[in-house]
Design a binder for this molecule. Structure first.
Ligand SMILES: [Fe+2]
Length: 254
């Protein structure tokens, strides 16, 4: 089993401390910075065997070198970005497996936000670390890849089991929900989720994790084939991909 603790970093990043309960291996996903991650490690496990990076952006790898230095951790990252990731050692490609004690992470290459972005999925524990590819009710900006790549990458995530728990890289949920509501205003599940999100944030709690099933009902970027959304956008005759492209553009300007 995998234990997951959420660590808030920088202004709106999430890093995740993970432990394989059977073997006591400890890892961190996307350490944005050293101090908050080090503090959590010192409170909990006092060691760090692995650092897992979803992509090379500095707010996901900022703690790599200092953590590696202090704990002698091994850094696992995308083979497509190994030259951009500080301290990279173990590089992984699409469909490869990273064995973390009794937990097997399936590596999925999901280009779009960056060219080599990967996500870590474990079927046994039903969870996925999605970095800046899928957010709750949103998706990452397309920086290095194409819109088509991002669309296909989200399509891969959509195919995972519906009860998969999603742990993403940022607390963007409230603003994402506002954008979804603007373009999917008749969605009652979305309205309900927005209220829940506001309550969680009022209590200073993270809005994650969230199940894929809930995302499929509320995340507009996963709902580009929805009739009402298409009508709202006056795109009834357009393809799902065209609707996605339009929404990504509107979100960039939101
Ligand atoms: Fe990023």
């Amino acid at each position: 089993m995998l234990e997951v603790s959420i660590i808030k970093c920088l202004s709106d990043n999430f890093s995740y401390l993970i432990r394989d309960t059977k073997t006591n291996l400890v890892g961190v996903v996307d350490p944005s910075e050293f101090n908050p991650v080090d503090l959590e490690i010192s409170k909990k496990y006092k060691k760090l065997d692995f650092i897992l990076n979803t992509h090379h952006h500095s707010d996901h790898v900022g703690g790599n070198l200092d953590l590696k230095k202090k704990y002698n951790s091994k850094i696992v990252c995308s083979s497509y970005e190994k030259n951009k990731i500080p301290g990279s050692e173990i590089s992984m490609s699409d469909k490869e497996e990273f064995i973390f004690g009794e937990t097997t992470f399936k590596i999925m290459h999901v280009p779009g936000h960056t060219a080599g972005h990967i996500i870590f999925y474990t079927e046994k524990d039903n969870l996925v670390f999605t970095g800046d590819t899928l957010f709750s009710m949103g998706c990452g900006r397309v920086f290095e890849g194409t819109l088509e790549q991002m669309y296909n990458s989200l399509g891969k995530i959509k195919k995972l089991s519906k009860n998969t728990l999603i742990y993403c890289g940022h607390e963007y949920t409230k603003n994402n929900a506002k954008f979804c509501l603007k373009n999917d205003s008749q969605n009652t599940k979305l309205k309900k989720r927005f209220d829940t999100v506001k309550e969680l944030l009022k209590k200073n709690l993270p809005t994650l994790p969230i199940t894929l099933a809930e995302e499929l009902e509320t995340n507009i970027f996963l709902r580009c084939d929805n009739k009402k959304i298409k009508i709202n956008l006056k795109m009834e005759k357009n393809s799902e991909f065209e609707v996605f492209s339009k929404l990504r553009k509107l979100k960039d300007e939101f």
